[in-house]
Design a protein around this ligand. Structure first.
Ligand code: HEM
Length: 498
């Protein structure tokens, strides 16, 4: 019995081996034939030049990035050579720039699906792993909904009184009695104290100054060589991240105490820190300290230089265009006059006032078109993508960029001219992207609009100014946002509000 069983089993074994070999051979043949046809049908990758291995165009791109005109001209030169879709290599990464509005639409409509957010590891380390900016998929969706509630119109209308109070105090403390000042230093102070108050209820003083200094060191790390050794900007930036976190930890400890004893001051009850410490996420979990720290840092960074540089450049363009100053002044006077005539406090600010600042907003929109604080950012393909007859392989980076669309004469006539009147009509979709697009577009845009308009209202109601270097017309330095070398140095005159 045992013998016959063994002989049967060995015949079966040989049979099985034969079938396996045959199956593997057929599979191999099928795979070879299909990969032959795949290669034959394979679409070309976009035109362009990868340059030297690893380095590619990194050096010329970084040099071009140091001025606002430089990066615009670099992008336009590549587009003249290759068309609005071209490949290049930056810091070792194969990258495709999709320069026109169709490219922007392609990126933003696939954002979060076949395309994900991407930041070089050096920058990701500076932000920290929990930063909203670095999240994708469901995690991003969940957090983003949570964040959006802090910045929607209803929330912004709760912050307006605090921002207005802070702005009036800023002009009293830092502008009154001055004859000359660097506008960018002032807008830095104003924006930082506004965002510290919104996020942490931290008022002007030594702790805020220390945090601002650390944040400016952190920001230099973003555009530095990723060398983590003493003496290098990147090393200093990582150290300053630690210093900023020490401030956060101190404030978190103090706030937890106040929450436990039910004595949180009224003004702090709506700040971001309170929200993070008391409101669970949609899954009912409280946020971990490491998550809170990374996202407090993100908010300080995202709101600070973007808003401050836009305001400084608005002051620059208004000084260059006296008729624009006059028109803004008329609009702002009207708002104050209507309040006076209805017996309201002239210095108060409401969301209705913000909506009435239509011309002033056009001026800021034009500044954001010409000098967008964020030139563009990156995404990464999660799968092979086909676009306009080209293959963009999985793992390549995509770069959306304002430097072609914001200056495209088909969307903006005489694109290099500062002309707020062009905002009488809305530009076509995906041609104007100062706040980005897709699922990572700026959630703070309503807040930025409100705080910038509040600032300009009090500025023109109380001061007139002129540029010390009145003939300066560029090039603007980019570090990382556009500014003239003298940080918009102005002579200031206080005017009596009439
Ligand atoms: C003029 C002012 C501002 C400009 C031009 C601006 C621009 C941008 C842009 C272009 C992005 C998208 C980046 C990308 O696609 O990768 C972005 C993201 C972001 N912004 Fe702003 N921003 C401004 C002010 C603010 C303010 C005031 C806040 C908060 C109070 C804020 C918070 C954020 C956050 C949290 C993100 C990340 C969103 C995400 O990844 O889902 N921004 N901003």
């Amino acid at each position: 019995m045992a013998t016959s069983w063994n002989s049967l089993s060995s015949a079966d074994g040989s049979y099985m081996t034969l079938i396996t070999v045959l199956a593997l051979t057929v599979l191999w043949l099928l795979w070879s034939v299909s990969s032959y046809f795949r290669c034959r049908n394979r679409l070309p990758v976009p035109p362009g030049n990868f340059g030297f291995p690893f380095i590619g165009q990194t050096v010329e791109h970084v040099l071009a990035m140091s001025t606002a005109d430089g990066i615009r001209m670099w992008v336009q030169k590549q587009i003249e050579k290759h068309g609005p879709l071209f490949k290049f290599r930056f810091a070792g990464y194969p990258m495709v720039m999709l320069g026109d509005e169709e490219g922007n639409k392609f990126i933003f409509q696939n954002d979060g699906m076949s395309i994900h957010t991407f930041w070089p590891s050096k920058i990701a380390t500076l932000f920290g792993p929990h930063s909203l900016l670095l999240q994708s998929g469901e995690r991003h969706k969940l957090l983003r909904r949570h964040f959006s509630k802090m910045f929607d119109r209803a929330a912004v209308s709760r912050y307006i009184h605090g921002v207005n109070r802070n702005t009036i105090r800023h002009f009293t403390n830092h502008w009154q009695g001055k004859e000359q000042l660097a506008a960018l230093d002032m807008t830095n102070l104003h924006t930082f104290s506004t965002i510290c108050s919104l996020v942490l209820s931290l008022e002007e003083g030594p702790l805020m100054d220390k945090t601002l200094e650390a944040l400016q060191t952190w920001l230099r790390g973003i555009f530095s060589l990723p060398i983590n050794l003493p003496g290098f900007d990147y090393y200093a930036a990582l150290k300053s991240r630690g210093l900023i976190f020490e401030v956060f930890d101190r404030l978190m400890e103090q706030r937890r105490q106040e929450i436990a004893e039910d004595r949180v001051p009224e003004a702090s009850q709506t700040d971001f820190l309170n929200w993070m410490l008391t409101v669970p996420d949609e899954e009912g979990n409280m946020f971990q300290d490491s998550f809170i720290r990374d996202n407090l840092l993100l908010l300080l960074v995202a709101a600070f230089e973007t808003t401050s540089a836009t305001l400084a450049m608005t002051i620059f363009y208004i000084a260059k265009n006296p008729h624009v100053y006059e028109q803004i002044l008329q609009e702002q006077k009207l708002i104050s006059d209507e309040k006076c005539s209805s017996g309201k406090d002239e210095n108060a600010m409401t969301m209705e006032d913000i909506s009435a600042m239509k011309y002033t907003w056009k001026v800021i929109q034009e500044v954001l078109r010409l000098q967008p604080p964020v030139v563009g950012s990156y995404r990464k393909t999660a799968t092979d993508l086909e676009y306009k007859g080209y293959l963009i392989p999985r793992g390549w980076l995509l770069n959306w960029n304002t430097q072609y669309t914001h200056y495209n004469p088909e969307s903006f006539k005489d694109p290099l001219t500062f002309d707020p009147s062009r905002w009488e009509t809305r530009p076509p979709p995906f041609t104007y992207l100062p706040f980005g697009g897709g699922i990572h577009s700026c959630p703070g845009n309503e807040f930025a609009k409100m705080s910038m308009l509040t600032f300009i209202h009090h500025l023109v109601r109380n001061f007139s100014w002129s540029l010390v270097d009145a003939n300066y017309d560029g090039p603007f330095i980019r570090d990382p946002c556009s500014r003239p070398p003298d940080k918009v140095l102005i002579s200031v005159k206080q005017i009596t509000a009439s």
